[in-house]
Design a protein around this ligand. Sequence first.
Ligand SMILES: Cc1cc2nc3c(=O)[nH]c(=O)nc-3n(C[C@H](O)[C@H](O)[C@H](O)COP(=O)(O)OP(=O)(O)OC[C@H]3O[C@@H](n4cnc5c(N)ncnc54)[C@H](O)[C@@H]3O)c2cc1C
Length: 816
Amino acid sequence: MANAFPTNARVVVIGGGVIGSSIAYHLTKLGWKDVVLLERKQLSCGTTWHAAGLLTTLRDTEAQTRLARYTQDLYRRLEAETGQATGILNCGSIQLAMTDDKAHEMRRGCAMARCFGVENREISAADVQSMWPLAEVSNVKAAFHFPRDGRVNPTDVAQALVKGARMGGARIFEQTKVIGIERRKGRVTGVRTDRGDIQAEYVVNCAGMWAREVARMAGVNVPLQACEHYYLISEPIDGVHNMLPILRDPGNAAYIREEAGKIMVGFFEPIAKPWGIDGIPEEFCFNDIQADWDRMMPYVERAMQRVPCLLDHGIKLFFCGPEAFTPDHNYLMGPAPNLQNFFVAAGMNSLGILSGGGVGMVMAHWITEGLPPMDMWSVDLRRAHAWQDNDRYLQDRMVESLGIGYQDHWPYRQWTRARGVKKSILHDRLAAAGACFGESAGWERPNWYARPGQKAEYEYAWGRQNWFENNAEEHRAVREQVGVFEQTSFSKFLVQGRDAERVLNRVATANLSVPTDKIVYTQFLNERGGIEADLTVTRLADDGYLVVTAAFTHTHVEALIRARIPNDAHCVVTDVSGAYSMLNLQGPSSRALLRRLTGRALSNEEFPFGSSQQLQIGYQTLLALRITYAGELGWELYISTAFTLPVYDALVEAGRDFGLRHCGYHTLNSLRIEKAYREWGHDIGPLDTPLEAGLAFTCAWQKPEGFIGREALLRQREAGPLKRRLVQFVLEDPEPLLYHNEPIYRDGVLNSYTTSAMYGHSLGAAVAMGYLVDERGVSDDFIIGGRYEIEIGNTRHPARASLAPLYDPKSTRVRV
Ligand SMILES: Cc1cc2nc3c(=O)[nH]c(=O)nc-3n(C[C@H](O)[C@H](O)[C@H](O)COP(=O)(O)OP(=O)(O)OC[C@H]3O[C@@H](n4cnc5c(N)ncnc54)[C@H](O)[C@@H]3O)c2cc1C
């Protein structure tokens, strides 16, 4: 009976690669009894079988680092548990830097990784030579050793996970292709397969490079694209043994390791090639794909310079296999935003083996508890946008995405491919004004403005970049006169209907039962009290609100609201993002400028802070919100797209008399960090509560129907002093720059790390935020009584901590 094809299952996992196997395994560990895994051909026949099996832990984000760490530990114990070997070898790994800048980047990354318990130390080129005698190290500027890293045999790992899953009661069916996803009333109800239908409460899409296609069957967006991915294996070479550490050599876009007495070289070339653009062949099973070694030869030659003995030995295998990559080189995991109980874990960007264990563990908890056990935003499927499901976009972006992990990760680095997806109607005017554009959620946004004669292009560096002074001038203009920020990219939703107030009041921490025209700053929480969104809601009418959020949170915020509209509620969400531009006027002269344009006094009494009104500028009428993210007097102007050009022209024309300056997003960031305004995704996220983040003032504890997360917050409040609290820091030395993810030391002991940072031009030094942590409770005395240092590379810089904003702590400038 166990092998009879089921008609029902609690959960169906689609795909028998390392990810599907790991999720099935971990679900059984959490006590799930009715787990069915379906594989269209044979287990591990997709991408998993041909992976190089590297287990390296230095990753870009905390989430990915933690996943990799968990994975290593799991693979170490799997054989003892299942009897199936994984081929794990604890050979360690070495990262090489060929330039001073890369060395600096790695020092920062390694310091950060140590915060998460990843053991590593800097070693000399001579050390590398003695650990890897065949390597050529004369151009090595710095190297870092990770003694706990290693490698596995990926097929064996998948087998061990499947065996463990079977031991836990999961049923596995090969030669079973999912051909449809069943849904009813916004919820998944099962799958159709070429062997029959299975009703299921949950469906998990782990179909690797097929995941976009499988998701489409469910109307879900999973933007990924397969690319060619290469390694080669030499003939046997004397002196090559299996305990040689893995050499990661980003300067040559390559990694090098031993393989049965031979040398394997794998590539993350900076210009990659999408594969399967007309669809993946139906018969694909344990296949390699047509290689293009002419294209790869320059990279092969460079990599061989690192291990020159390869030039004297033949190549036994040139291998090219496909792997799924994503537009931002991060995984796509978690619940679908628009289909309940449909989960995805795909787009592993050639990191699926080294993070597979962790991905399975996190997904199993996510499915079971509805929330992940750690902050997964950087890999959350809900950061993807509907417009990304575009063939040409995915193909063009993937040319750059594949190799990005091995490139220099400069601060403020911008993507260069697949740009120009979304442009505001002001784009050309802003370009003429000197805008240097960056990309966010597909939008081209001015990050800074070049001076006449200066090129509007980034010159990347770890020190002051070429736009540092531009930022300083824009920053001062807003503090002293007035600046205009073009923020059309902001997502705007109308939430309307008789029940709009009731729905939003349940979702938001703040009380939205306010008079018409009132703006409310609020958070949306999850059931654990973690912050899922941080935004403003403006009451436009008895039955209508305007919800405004940053573009990168568009899908997530929309899904959060929609998911909480009861079936019988009279409440409709409309995305009006494209219908309105937004110009944000900030600075002490903003009132005088608007007064000139509108002919109205706009005094505090007439137009108080936190309220909205219609204003008329020329023939155009627009919605103005008196609010700030810069810490100054200012108004956000929401202008119908058709009205935007004349309004902008009038602003610029009149602005000449008031010192109006175009300002970019970098300036908005430097301004808001000085004022300690939090940014969701950096300073606050699903694992941080408003109490910890100092945002409890938004919580309307007495709202009649409460709000999601309230009970969790009350429990946290009653549990005694908070164990972590968000604090602002400023460096004592005006020279060093902070970016985020720098370790924070309290009284000489590592305490935590910065969550966001930038140069504070008014405070005259780098400013950051970060959580201070203490198991006994982080009291005011604990914060004030500490001696702080922030580590940049290997150097610690004294810093001052403050609970109140260091700039204008009483907000006197905002409410003038
Ligand atoms: C050359 C190369 C080297 C690599 N080296 C490394 C490395 O060193 N370290 C590392 O971490 N990663 C590495 N990777 C990446 C790694 O192999 C992948 O990230 C990982 O295997 C992805 O696993 P997966 O389960 O998501 O996908 P897959 O292994 O492809 O599994 C997906 C499965 O879904 C099945 N499927 C698809 N559609 C359906 C359907 N409709 N119904 C039922 N089943 C379906 C497929 O048949 C497939 O078996 C490498 C990849 C390549 C190409």
